[in-house]
Design a protein around this ligand. Structure first.
Ligand SMILES: NC(=O)c1ccc[n+]([C@@H]2O[C@H](COP(=O)([O-])OP(=O)(O)OC[C@H]3O[C@@H](n4cnc5c(N)ncnc54)[C@H](OP(=O)(O)O)[C@@H]3O)[C@@H](O)[C@H]2O)c1
Length: 272
């Protein structure tokens, strides 16, 4: 049978924090593109089951994985469980799960920093390492077929000191994109994806969110589905490695002294 007629093998993506918001969009975007999904979640069990049903209605397989990514070995456990459920290593891992708690450089605590780093930095790095190591043990490099997408934030390209622990955890991950791309080649491609503000978060009010979501070069809210399609594009384009896509309507080019939720209403406005 010619290569063109051969049915393409099913690809599987592991998405962390898949049950809600951007993780759900990313999982659905991969399923629409013909991928099976390993959907990781922590507390959002009902939402995870709803996602699973939606993906199965699309004719794709979806397995659920539950884990708190703060545990030191959680990344590897999720990877091995996912491998067992799917019957093979995932072709792509999207590190989307994240903690986003308000603090600043003065109020940052050891526990807050540990929470942010364990979930936002260490688990993504170890999931990528684990995939590369497992592939290396298996033998032949797969010509870019396997990839990791670290979900970052426009904040890492447009710094201000608010959300200090969150920001430094994402900065470390952003800087690791190139390092991991170099270190994990030729087994795994590693790319970043930096969204702008998409969802109401933390102490933000609906009114603040509606105005803040237009603080970008297009003066339009960012569509999470567009961000999700970037993750699929990275996974399917084997030439992308060690680079970061910025899907933010140009928000990273609008410099602000404070986080956008504070800038537009003054320092106490976000929760007012
Ligand atoms: N929201 C935005 O506007 C925005 C802007 C820029 C960048 N981003 C980035 O885009 C990604 C998605 O954003 P989002 O707002 O959709 O995320 P989110 O709702 O804040 O969090 C996504 C998921 O992360 C999971 N999670 C949190 N802590 C965890 C832990 N210790 N162990 C396991 N899972 C954990 C939660 O799963 P459960 O619900 O199952 O517990 C949660 O649903 C994040 O990486 C974020 O940094 C978001």
């Amino acid at each position: 049978m010619s290569a063109a007629l051969r049915p393409s093998p099913t690809r599987t993506v592991l998405v962390t924090g898949a049950a809600r918001r951007l993780g759900r969009e990313i999982s659905l975007a991969f399923a629409r593109a013909g991928w099976d999904v390993l959907a990781h979640h922590r507390h959002s069990e009902d939402e995870a089951h709803a996602l699973q049903a939606d993906i199965e209605r699309m004719g794709r397989r979806c397995h659920l994985l539950q884990a708190d990514l703060r545990a030191p070995d959680a990344g590897l456990t999720v990877l091995h469980l996912g491998r067992a459920l799917a019957g093979a290593l995932p072709h792509c891992i999207v590190n989307n799960a994240s903690v986003f708690e308000a603090d600043d450089a003065l109020s940052a605590s050891a526990n807050g920093l540990l929470d942010h780093f364990s979930t936002n930095t260490i688990a993504p790095l170890l999931l990528a390492n684990g995939l590369a190591r497992a592939l290396a043990e298996g033998g032949q490099p797969t010509a870019g077929l396997h990839s990791v997408v670290h979900v970052l934030d426009q904040k890492v390209h447009n710094l201000n000191p608010d959300y200090f622990s969150y920001t430094v955890s994402k900065l470390a991950l952003a800087q690791s994109v190139a390092l991991q791309a170099q270190a994990l080649a030729p087994w795994v491609r590693v790319c970043g994806l930096s969204p702008g503000l998409m969802y109401l978060s933390g102490p933000q009010t609906q009114s603040n969110f509606e105005r803040a979501s237009r603080v970008n070069l297009l003066h339009q809210p960012i569509d999470p589905a567009d961000v999700a399609r970037c993750a699929v594009f990275i996974a399917e384009n084997v030439s992308l490695n060690g680079t970061t896509l910025q899907a933010d309507n140009g928000q990273h080019l609008v410099a602000l002294d404070r986080d956008v939720m504070y800038s537009i209403d003054g320092a106490k406005g976000a929760a007012a």
